[in-house]
Design a protein around this ligand. Structure first.
Ligand code: FES
Ligand code: FES
Length: 164
């Protein structure tokens, strides 16, 4: 945590999607608002704003995290990856293609959070049952109730990576 707040703001040093930066942020600003409002990374969505829906999921130091429950100053010294960074790196291009092919995105509001959460699961390089996939993404709510297709897409990607 940085020190010396001035006018309710602190300077943080953070790496976001591979770019190191220093920014002055309000101590009460959450990470989702910092990413969206200060950095223009609007792929991180804000739904419930109290840790329930998962729409705001990003990676913080390699683990998925609720950006609405994380203060931006808590990311000081850390590494943040958003859906924009994951897309740019092409690290989940196969997963994104599976989402498109299997109609796993409807309105798309939950999709970025789903993809970020699923990316963490896929990094584990394990092949899991559908029930285990559902359990892993159970913190991400889809209001379009597209869970079946979402699990299909993750499962297909999991199996195709395992077969490489
Ligand atoms: S907006 Fe963060 S969990 Fe819903
Ligand atoms: S696709 Fe609409 S909320 Fe999930």
């Amino acid at each position: 945590m940085p020190s010396s707040p001035q006018n309710g703001r602190l300077e943080i040093a953070v790496e976001v999607n591979g770019e190191r930066m220093r920014r002055h942020v309000e101590v009460r600003k959450n990470l989702a608002d910092f990413l969206r409002d200060d950095l223009g990374l609007t792929g991180t969505h804000v739904g419930c704003e109290h840790g329930v829906c998962g729409a705001c999921t990003v990676k913080l130091n390699g683990r998925s995290a609720r950006a609405c429950l994380t203060l931006a100053v808590q990311a000081d010294g850390g590494v943040v990856e958003t859906i924009e960074g994951l897309t740019r790196s092409a690290s989940i291009s196969d997963l994104q293609a599976a989402f498109v092919a299997l109609n796993a995105a409807q309105c798309g509001f939950c999709t970025s959070g789903m993809l970020v959460t699923a990316s963490e699961l896929l990094e584990q390089q394990v092949v899991l049952s559908r029930e285990a996939i559902r359990e892993f993404i159970s913190g991400n709510i889809c209001r379009c109730t597209g869970y079946h297709a979402i699990v299909d897409a993750i499962e297909q990607t999991m199996h195709s990576r395992a077969a490489r």
